[in-house]
Write a protein that binds this ligand. Structure first.
Ligand code: TPP
Ligand code: MG
Length: 694
């Protein structure tokens, strides 16, 4: 492998290419009058060395499944990545440049492929969305787990179908965030020898010198996690950088941290090594002086000197094309020899489902005692898993409680690559790892108590933004968890999850709704949260109650009055549906025309057309009661300002759950009273408005 020289000749094409990355980044930020120039200027040689000499990546086909992954966890340095994508000539799905020079000129503007921070799905070659510090680090661990899982399942003697590596570039901020510590800890535990983090140790963050808040010994910390650690004392020392990357590749046993000492804003005479170089345009004069320092034409803007693109093409381009061509040939031979496995790989790669994946999902018989929805979920998960081999996941040390083990799925451990992941008590990293697994084509799920979804919101919202079909299994979903008390009882969590655009929440009422909820989740191209009970809930009688397939529409009429409009509509979710069903039966007995609506998913209901929504909740029927043992926020949308919401107005308490339901007013009597109040109230109102009209 050609190593770059230690002190590149200032006129060498490699130095010219490095300085092109720097100047493109400076010019783009200057034009936008916003952005982060300092870190691309400092890290240009690091990224250049990696991309040109090591990264196995075909610019013509950035989706090549066996490509090395490059994650810019320090997403604010986005111009570093955009410059690389541009200069390496990376193509999008239509064979067009992933990033044109025009995109760079319109950095951070409407319609540009160069938004402020790298966005997955928006710019070809961007492996994951980064910007919230630490997330990319977490994602990279998921990617590394994915590679090992894929290698274990599909590689055969003489067929190393998946042998790629994962590189992540991290800043001081990444290192300070807790999620990267969680992720590094589990990466060390799992001996992920395919993972390399490059830590940009520039001693500067937004408020100034990192001494203000961060003096820990990062090298010692990572050694403690079981990583190999190397130091490169000068970010401009291409030879030493190359040596470290080679050591990572040669080692391959445990994750690898390369600590690189760099100078933020390298070459800017007044701003180098200062926080000002981090997040604002350098200013015209400073840019001019920095260009003079690089030996660059001072007035040139967005200049790509002749030979620079060709240089990328000769190195990363030629290498990547050759490797990927060879890989596709290998894949063809693999397909001939292992046709079933190859079908799987192709299905996975295209995001398709495995054949007959839902054939074994059971129908649950009516059962007054019933079972907890976490229990029925376990049965459904284990009916799906054998037919869906790239479905994998685990819990944050709560598998026995969340019921999320795949039987006979094997463990994913240091020496094992099974389907049951053990995240340990690391919910935040779990969320980020799930995203890394999902962008790698696997179908991941992660589980914990609903209350601890609080610990993983950042990666959940990124999953929604990236439209990743991650499945979250959140159990112990209300005061119904009982004795553990208010610290463990979720109140506002449903509201918070419903506020994440693009996340589908599902709170199924019984075992058959759970089966449908899983069907929705598996079919979904977006993240889905299954919200499940700890306590048993009855399995409702169907078809006396409507079939559970209505779950797909978010809300459906479970039981209705025989004729005409109902006088009142009861709307419940999850464990409160059976409560409403009892109230409905009682109302019916008393001759009241009631409708019972199960509403497991607001998002799916909102996606239905107005006609269906009006069919379920006719606008003329104003007497409405919602019942959900959680925050009332948002329910006025469905019951109206004059409807009644039976909800939690405070934190919960520690007691047996039946007592808590009574204590907090989740009783048949209360629902009955609310229904009758509503009927009276709206009768009165229609009388009043009739009088006004008369
Ligand atoms: C979770 C999170 N918190 C805060 C920020 C805002 N922010 C962006 S960069 C940064 C720190 C910059 O320092 P460093 O990470 O060392 O990056 P450098 O300037 O050295 O490139 C902060 C606080 C963020 N992007 N993500
Ligand atoms: Mg820094």
């Amino acid at each position: 492998m050609a190593m770059p020289s230690k002190k590149p000749d200032p006129r060498s094409i490699d130095q010219l290419a490095i300085d092109t990355i720097r100047t493109l980044s400076m010019d783009a930020v200057e034009a936008a009058k916003s952005g982060h120039p300092g870190t691309p200027m400092a890290l240009a040689p690091v990224a250049y060395t990696l991309w040109q000499h090591f990264l196995r990546f075909n610019p013509d086909n950035p989706r090549w499944p066996n490509r090395d992954r490059f994650v810019l966890s320090a997403g604010h340095a986005s111009m570093l990545l955009y410059s690389l994508l541009h200069l390496a000539g990376v193509k999008d799905d239509h064979g067009q440049p992933a990033v044109s020079l025009d995109d760079i000129k319109r950095f951070r503007q409407v319609g540009s492929r160069c938004p402020g921070h790298p966005e997955y799905g928006h710019t070809a070659g961007v492996e994951t969305t980064t910007g919230p510090l630490g997330q990319g680090c977490g994602n990279s661990v998921g990617m590394a787990i994915a590679q090992r899982f894929l290698a274990k399942r599909y590689n055969r003697e003489g067929f190393p179908l998946f042998d790629y590596r994962i590189y992540a570039l991290c800043s001081d901020g990444d290192m300070m965030e807790g999620v990267s510590s969680e992720a590094a800890s589990i990466a060390g535990h799992l001996s992920l020898g395919n993972l390399c983090w490059i830590y940009d140790n520039n001693n500067v963050s937004i408020e100034g010198h990192t001494d203000l808040a961060f003096r820990e010994d990062v090298a010692m910390r990572f050694k403690g996690y079981g990583w190999n650690v190397e130091r490169v004392g000068d970010a401009n020392d291409g030879e030493r950088l190359a040596e470290s990357f080679q050591n990572f590749i040669d080692d391959g046993e445990v994750p690898f941290l390369i600590i690189v000492d760099s100078h933020i804003g390298y070459g800017a005479p007044h701003k180098q090594d200062t926080a000002e170089a981090h997040g604002e345009a350098l200013g015209e004069e400073e840019v001019r002086l920095a260009k003079r320092f690089y030996g660059w034409p001072e007035d040139a803007k967005f200049l790509v000197p002749e030979g620079v693109r060709a240089r990328f093409d000769q190195a990363i381009g030629a290498r990547g094309r050759k490797l990927s061509q060879n890989w596709y040939k290998l894949a063809e031979r693999f397909g001939a020899k292992f046709p079933d496995l190859w079908v799987e790989v192709q299905r996975m790669d295209s995001g398709a489902l495995s054949e007959q994946w839902d054939q074994d999902i059971p129908a649950f018989p009516v059962d007054a005692k019933g079972l907890a929805t976490r229990e029925s979920s376990a049965k459904v998960l284990n009916a799906i898993a054998p037919r869906y081999p790239w479905l994998l996941g685990g819990a944050g040390d709560l598998a026995p409680s969340t019921k999320t083990l795949i039987k006979d799925g094997g463990d994913f451990e240091s020496e094992k690559s099974g389907r049951n992941l053990h995240f340990g008590v690391r919910e935040h990293a779990m969320g980020a790892i799930l995203n890394g697994l999902a962008v790698s084509g696997l179908r991941p799920y992660g589980a914990t108590f609903l209350i601890f979804s609080d610990y993983m919101k950042p990666p959940m919202r990124l999953a929604a933004m990236m439209q990743l079909p991650v499945i979250y299994i959140f159990t112990h979903d209300s005061i119904g968890l009982g004795e553990d008390g208010p610290t463990h009882q979720p109140i506002g969590q449903m509201t918070q999850l419903r506020a994440i655009p693009g996340l589908i929440t599902l709170r199924p009422a019984d075992a058959n709704e759970v089966a449908e909820a899983w069907r929705v989740a598996i079919h979904s191209k977006r993240p889905t949260a299954l919200v499940l009970t700890r306590q048993a809930v009855p399995t409702l009688e169907r078809p006396a109650h409507a079939g559970a397939s209505g779950v797909r529409r978010g809300a459906y009429i479970l039981a209705d009055c025989e004729t005409g409009d109902p006088e009142v509509i009861l709307i419940g979710t999850g464990s409160e549906v059976s409560l409403c069903a009892h109230a409905y039966a009682e109302l019916k007995k008393q001759g009241v025309r009631a409708r019972l609506v199960s509403m497991p998913s607001w998002e799916l209901f909102e996606a239905e057309d107005q006609a269906y929504r009006d069919f379920v909740l006719p606008p003329q029927v104003r007497a409405r009661v919602s019942v959900e043992a959680a925050s009332p926020i948002g329910w006025d949308r469905y019951v109206g300002a004059s409807g009644e919401r039976i909800a939690m107005m405070s934190f919960g308490a520690s007691a047996p759950y039946n007592d808590l339901y009574r204590h907090f007013g989740f009783t048949v009597e209360r629902v009955l009273a609310a229904a009758k109040n509503q009927i009276e109230k709206h009768k009165e109102r229609s009388r009043e408005s009739a009088e006004i009209v008369a």
